[in-house]
Design a protein around this ligand. Structure first.
Ligand code: FAD
Length: 345
């Protein structure tokens, strides 16, 4: 019988990335229903030092493949190693981050082990109701109580589709970074470390890495930001972001944006929040002159506290806001920046 919720952990330069910890956290929630174990799969070279962190964030077991062939991400050796692990352990569920690495490797593994893959999911849960069990059974699922329901936006984000993969294992998904929540770190947690050997040969290394060029340090990672001040079309133009930046500076926040401003060329694409941008989960999200289209809300609705400024009191953004300010951003933002600076002084 297939067993275990496996999470493929992404590491870069030997450091575990957040998306892996988020997926381990989500797996601990799935485990409550599935009554199974959470297994983190860590690939890399000289990365054993990262193993404890995976236990601290909820993994019951870690399968470690350590090889010089895995030092940097290369499609073929990573695909080979993960495929070997699936063939050896027959996982019930296998999760990847929907990052550039996860999107590259997951479909290849799915194809080699002849299972399905639901890409870019934003919600996971085990089937629970009699109706869901009946649907799974009708589609050929042997044990519907172990069926994973995977939700993702479809048709341009206008509907959310829930998909299942009832006949083949593992049930596989890539999951958007920033959507799931990690659990609180517990440094007393430990688990079982399994060192897994894969026989690599030079023929597996079908790509030669000449140089690894790190992205500009200044590149923003909104998914990590605790405070975000975002501007929408209502700020009136590229110069409107000066007001947004001023408030963000005062608060120590990152600047975000709706897609309308990115499309208009007012700000760079890596600032875009939403379905085709970043999914964020900050402690504070300020939406300034943003209407609250479903595609924008999809990327920020899990923020802890949402404050919105909009001159239209019926703007949909107010429906997902904890605090709504009806007014003109050009008037309110400078006052807000001043007030924050005075408060901090
Ligand atoms: P608008 O909808 O034009 O809203 C501007 C708001 O500003 C209005 O509510 C207005 O009342 C208010 N306003 C105007 N002047 C002022 C003022 N002076 N003071 C205060 N308020 C003012 N959008 C995203 O953001 N992210 C995505 O990832 C994304 N992905 C998409 C994917 C698809 C497939 C599609 C079809 C669309 C996507 N969109 C996305 C676009 C989305 O549908 C909206 O068009 C977009 O979010 C609107 O941006 P906005 O709220 O800034 O602009």
């Amino acid at each position: 019988m297939s067993k275990g919720i496996f999470v493929v952990i992404e590491q870069r330069s030997g450091k575990v990335q957040n998306v892996g910890l988020e997926l381990v956290g989500e797996s601990t929630r799935l485990k409550e229903d599935l009554k199974d174990e959470v297994v983190a799969v860590l690939l890399g070279h000289e990365i054993e030092g990262q193993v404890d962190k995976l236990f601290h964030y909820g993994a019951d077991k870690v399968i470690l493949v350590d090889s010089p062939y895995l030092k940097e991400y290369v499609t073929e050796p990573y695909t080979k190693a993960i495929t070997a692990i699936v063939n050896e352990y027959d996982p019930e569920i296998m999760l990847f981050g929907a990052s550039s690495i996860g999107r590259d490797v997951a479909p290849r593994v799915a194809s080699r082990v002849k299972t399905g893959l639901v890409a870019d999911t934003t919600g996971l849960r085990m089937a629970k109701t009699e109706e869901e069990f009946a649907k799974e059974a009708a589609m050929g699922c042997e044990d519907p109580t172990r069926a994973l329901l995977m939700t993702r936006p479809a048709f341009g984000g206008n509907i959310m589709a829930t998909l299942m993969c009832p006949r083949t294992k593992p049930q596989m998904a890539t999951v958007r970074p920033g959507v799931m929540k990690r659990i609180a770190k517990d440094t007393t947690r430990t688990g079982e470390l399994i060192k897994f050997n894969v026989d690599f040969t030079d023929a597996d290394m079908n790509v030669e890495i000449l140089e690894v060029v790190k992205a500009d340090k200044k590149a923003v990672d909104l998914t990590e930001a605790k405070l975000i001040v975002s501007g929408g079309r209502g700020i009136g133009g590229a110069q409107g972001f000066d007001l947004i930046r001023d408030v963000a500076d005062a608060l120590g926040a990152e600047v975000g944006s709706s897609r309308a401003c990115v499309d208009a060329g007012w700000i760079e694409k890596d600032r875009q929040v939403g379905q085709t941008g970043k999914t964020v989960r900050p402690d504070l999200y300020m939406a300034c002159g943003i209407s609250g289209a479903i595609q924008h809300v999809a990327g920020m609705e899990n923020s802890e506290l949402v404050i919105s400024i909009n001159k239209n009191d019926t703007a949909p953004i107010f429906e997902v806001s904890d605090l709504g300010i009806v007014g003109d951003v050009k008037v309110i933002l400078p006052k807000l920046a001043d007030a924050v600076r005075k408060y901090k002084a």
